[in-house]
Design a protein around this ligand. Structure first.
Ligand SMILES: *[C@@H]1O[C@H](CO)[C@@H](O)[C@H](O)[C@H]1NC(C)=O
Ligand SMILES: *[C@@H]1O[C@H](CO)[C@@H](O)[C@H](O)[C@H]1NC(C)=O
Ligand SMILES: *[C@@H]1O[C@H](CO)[C@@H](O)[C@H](O)[C@H]1NC(C)=O
Ligand SMILES: *[C@@H]1O[C@H](CO)[C@@H](O)[C@H](O)[C@H]1NC(C)=O
Ligand SMILES: *[C@@H]1O[C@H](CO)[C@@H](O)[C@H](O)[C@H]1NC(C)=O
Ligand SMILES: *[C@@H]1O[C@H](CO)[C@@H](O)[C@H](O)[C@H]1NC(C)=O
Ligand SMILES: *[C@@H]1O[C@H](CO)[C@@H](O)[C@H](O)[C@H]1NC(C)=O
Ligand SMILES: *[C@@H]1O[C@H](CO)[C@@H](O)[C@H](O)[C@H]1NC(C)=O
Ligand SMILES: *[C@@H]1O[C@H](CO)[C@@H](O)[C@H](O)[C@H]1NC(C)=O
Ligand SMILES: *[C@@H]1O[C@H](CO)[C@@H](O)[C@H](O)[C@H]1NC(C)=O
Ligand SMILES: *[C@@H]1O[C@H](CO)[C@@H](O)[C@H](O)[C@H]1NC(C)=O
Ligand SMILES: *[C@@H]1O[C@H](CO)[C@@H](O)[C@H](O)[C@H]1NC(C)=O
Ligand SMILES: [Zn+2]
Length: 312
């Protein structure tokens, strides 16, 4: 069990967050403009993430059915929080899985982490929709169960990783400390203010609690990459349309509590997102809507009728 945890951490370090400053977000010598040159495998590739999603161009696909979420209700799956210097990484215990959703097989949910700008005033989601950037974005990272949580093996498979992206928006009004699960999660940020700090989670809240309010049957799908070096082109992306609503005070904690080095005089962690990448003709799909289908069949029917009229 402990050995498994160690293996997972080791496997995640090189790809998700290298310890030394060979990549970063806010220093011109290592920010995302340098990644294509410094990580030629694969940050200079042609199916990179994130992208701007153009909602009107998303194509309906009947295979994008609902997901099965295993242990997302369980309030003891959230293991620990880690300040990696680039994000807050939340490690999940084994047994958390997803399937369905047009995915070819079962995937293990390994971890989630977040991307943000500077509080509610400067948005920092990675994906944008019709040019709109949201305040934050949560990424749940899943690897095909057959790879036994080995991220290196999953990265070598063009669909080895399934990432779930959730936009986070400010809750309207003056509510504070809400939802309770986000209050519980963010209460641990004070325990990991410095890079490499980590804290074990004891209070019971579940992934479902964190995702509350999002109808998880409505999403965009496209093939892309990890959004941090080495940007492996191994990711089936799911970006949910509905947003998680979190009160402003909690959103503001991310950009005001965490430092990027193991040192309280180092910069606060802000604007931790990669800029959008060229879509290079990639197609974004979504659920085939009833109105879309009937509109198409209506115009097809109309066309057939007109052809018939022409011939008669
Ligand atoms: C990354 O690229 C920048 C500019 O392209 C260069 O100055 C820097 O040395 C590179 N860093 C690494 C770790 O290769
Ligand atoms: C849906 O999945 C089936 C079976 O894999 C495949 O044959 C079909 O082409 C898919 N449909 C679309 C619209 O992608
Ligand atoms: C989802 O779960 C239901 C009930 O457990 C099961 O019948 C179904 O086969 C699962 N679907 C997928 C795609 O895993
Ligand atoms: C973030 O916002 C705070 C106050 O709103 C400001 O003092 C700080 O300079 C901003 N940081 C960055 C990196 O823009
Ligand atoms: C993970 O997979 C890679 C590539 O398949 C393999 O070389 C490595 O030994 C595996 N690591 C572990 C810990 O099993
Ligand atoms: C929010 O708080 C401000 C100042 O504290 C107040 O003026 C405003 O009416 C409040 N809005 C709501 C919706 O409660
Ligand atoms: C987190 O920090 C708080 C306040 O500093 C402290 O009371 C609590 O014991 C810490 N929790 C853990 C698990 O270290
Ligand atoms: C936390 O992240 C740091 C930096 O990536 C890493 O060195 C450390 O092993 C991680 N700690 C845990 C408990 O995962
Ligand atoms: C977290 O729990 C693990 C055992 O699961 C333990 O080895 C580690 O020291 C704990 N970390 C902290 C920061 O308490
Ligand atoms: C966690 O879930 C268990 C079983 O569903 C329940 O008894 C317990 O009260 C929950 N704990 C919290 C803190 O919600
Ligand atoms: C989620 O959206 C689907 C499709 O619009 C709808 O049929 C379903 O009732 C919604 N579920 C909830 C819980 O609102
Ligand atoms: C803390 O970080 C700052 C800024 O990164 C750096 O200038 C300073 O030398 C560091 N101090 C220590 C004690 O590491
Ligand atoms: Zn991410």
């Amino acid at each position: 069990m402990n050995r498994l945890v160690v293996i997972i951490s080791i496997c995640f370090v090189p790809t998700a967050y290298s310890s030394e400053a060979d990549w970063c977000y806010n220093d011109p010598t290592c920010d995302d403009t340098t990644w294509p040159a410094n990580f030629t495998h694969f940050c200079n590739g042609s199916r990179q993430s994130p992208i701007n999603i153009v909602s009107a161009k998303a194509i309906g696909n009947v295979n994008l059915t609902s997901f099965n979420f295993t242990k997302y209700k369980d309030n003891s799956t959230i293991n620990s929080l880690n300040n990696t210097g680039e994000t807050v990484l939340v490690q999940l215990n084994s047994g958390v899985q997803i399937s369905g959703g047009g995915l070819s097989e079962i995937y293990d949910s390994m971890q989630f982490h977040l991307h943000w700008g500077n509080g509610t005033s400067v948005p920092g989601s990675e994906h944008t929709v019709d040019g709109t950037r949201y305040p934050m974005e949560m990424h749940i990272v899943n690897t095909k169960a057959k790879y036994n949580r080995n991220i290196t093996a999953a990265s070598a498979d063009s669909t080895g990783i399934a990432a779930l992206g959730f936009f986070i928006e400010a809750m309207p009004g003056n509510t504070t400390g809400s939802p309770a699960a986000w209050k519980a999660l963010t209460s641990y940020l004070d325990n990991i203010t410095l890079k490499a700090n980590s804290v074990n989670i004891t209070s019971g809240f579940s992934l479902d609690d964190l995702l509350k309010g999002v109808n998880r049957t409505k999403y965009y799908r496209y093939l892309g990459s990890l959004t941090t070096p080495n940007c492996s082109e191994a990711v089936v992306w799911t970006v949910f349309k509905e947003t998680i609503k979190v009160s402003k005070d909690l959103i503001n904690l991310f950009s005001t509590r965490l430092h990027i080095e193991h040192n309280a005089t180092s910069a606060l962690m802000t604007n931790v997102y990669r800029k959008t990448q060229a879509s290079n003709g990639r197609i974004v799909t979504t659920q085939a809507t009833v109105s879309g289908v009937s509109k198409t069949s209506f115009s097809l029917g109309l066309m057939a009728w007109m052809l018939l009229m022409l011939y008669c």
